[in-house]
Design a protein around this ligand. Structure first.
Ligand SMILES: Nc1ncnc2c1ncn2[C@@H]1O[C@H](COP(=O)(O)OP(=O)(O)OP(=O)(O)O)[C@@H](O)[C@H]1O
Ligand SMILES: [Mg+2]
Length: 321
């Protein structure tokens, strides 16, 4: 089997559009199985990477192998092993859900009976059986996306690329899409998805590659990324507002930087180096007669990590693009 072959193996990948280096030396090795998220702001190069990996664009430099097959030498084989769902749905509005799947399956060369069986399976798997007879123009955004992904899975490909599968979906539909992605990997499929949402990457992926200006600026687990920013934050709330200043000076003795008091005068946060300070602060507060409503230590959020890595310029570039 292919278990020892990397699902994606990229070295020194460069793709330019005119003088613009959309991909500026990407190295990436993704083992088979699970979800890897490519996270980046608008214009970072996510779609370009997906298009090169899925043979839709040719690289200018570098080696790109997908499931052990070189995309430049043998794009036809690569295409037979992958599915791609683009940023914009490719299903036909005028046809019903079932008809769309039937068209795709027949194009792939499935027999009439195999097509019927596969379409029914996919409609069921993507919770579209009840809507199967309705034209796609009557579908919600989430249903369209699901149908789009279902269509790309007709041939049961071992590697699936999803380019921003949840952009523009409401929170509930997004959750449904997450379930769909999880279900895909449960069958052993490898999924590479691009996203601008940290929460999505955190929820779905065991590994996150942060892309900015055509380069991978971080490649780690969600927890690893949070740790890479270094410190921890201690947060607490005093029960009595009048205890705020005293607690502030107690915290200042152990903190690794400035203590911040929220406008309500009860919530305090401070950077700390060590989890054991949670206990120390509780003991000192108790000894000083300060009652606490809450206390905890957290890692930085992925939002904090993302802004730290890519800076605010990502948004600015997108606006000017
Ligand atoms: N066909 C093209 N011709 C010229 N420039 C292009 C082309 N495709 C992409 N680019 C440029 O390459 C850069 C990367 O684009 P890409 O679409 O890969 O970004 P992205 O990360 O997918 O962004 P988004 O989050 O907006 O989808 C951008 O600056 C874009 O303008
Ligand atoms: Mg894109």
């Amino acid at each position: 089997m292919r278990s020892t072959t990397a699902a994606i193996d990229v070295a020194g990948l460069v793709k330019t559009f005119g003088s613009h280096r959309a991909l500026d030396g990407i190295d990436l090795c993704v083992p088979a199985g699970g979800v890897v998220a490519v996270l980046g702001p608008n214009g970072a190069g996510k779609t370009t990477l997906v298009r090169v990996l899925s043979t839709l664009l040719r690289a200018d430099e570098g080696q790109v192998r997908v499931l052990g097959v070189d995309v430049a030498r043998d794009p036809t084989t690569v295409r037979s092993l992958i599915a791609v769902t683009g940023q914009h749905a490719s299903v036909d509005e005028a046809l019903t859900g079932r008809e769309n799947l039937t068209v795709f399956a027949r194009l792939l060369g499935l027999s009439r009976s195999a097509t019927r069986v596969r379409a029914a399976e996919l409609l069921e798997e993507f919770s579209l059986t009840d809507a199967a007879h309705r034209p796609v123009r009557t579908y919600s955004g989430g249903m369209r996306r699901r149908l789009d992904i279902a269509a790309s899975l007709i041939a049961r490909p071992p590697l699936v690329f999803l380019d921003e599968p949840t952009t523009g979906l409401d929170p509930r539909t997004r959750q449904e899409m997450w379930e769909t992605v999880r279900a895909l990997t449960a069958h052993g499929t490898t999924v590479l998805l691009t996203t601008q949402y940290l929460e999505e990457a955190d929820q779905l992926a065991s590994r996150i590659c942060v892309v900015d200006r055509g380069r991978i600026v971080a490649d780690d687990t969600p927890d690893g990324l949070k740790r890479s920013l270094g410190g921890l934050t201690l947060e607490l709330a005093v029960r009595r507002r009048t205890d705020g200043p005293r607690m502030c000076s107690l915290l200042a003795d152990v903190a690794d930087g400035d203590v911040i008091t929220a406008p309500d005068g009860r919530r305090l946060t401070a950077p700390v180096r060590d989890l054991s300070l949670l206990h120390t602060v509780q003991v000192r507060a108790g000894a000083a007669g300060v009652e606490l409503d809450e206390i905890g230590i957290r890692r930085p959020t992925l939002d904090e990590v993302f802004f730290h890595l890519t800076g605010p310029s990502g948004t600015e570039r997108a606006v000017s693009a």
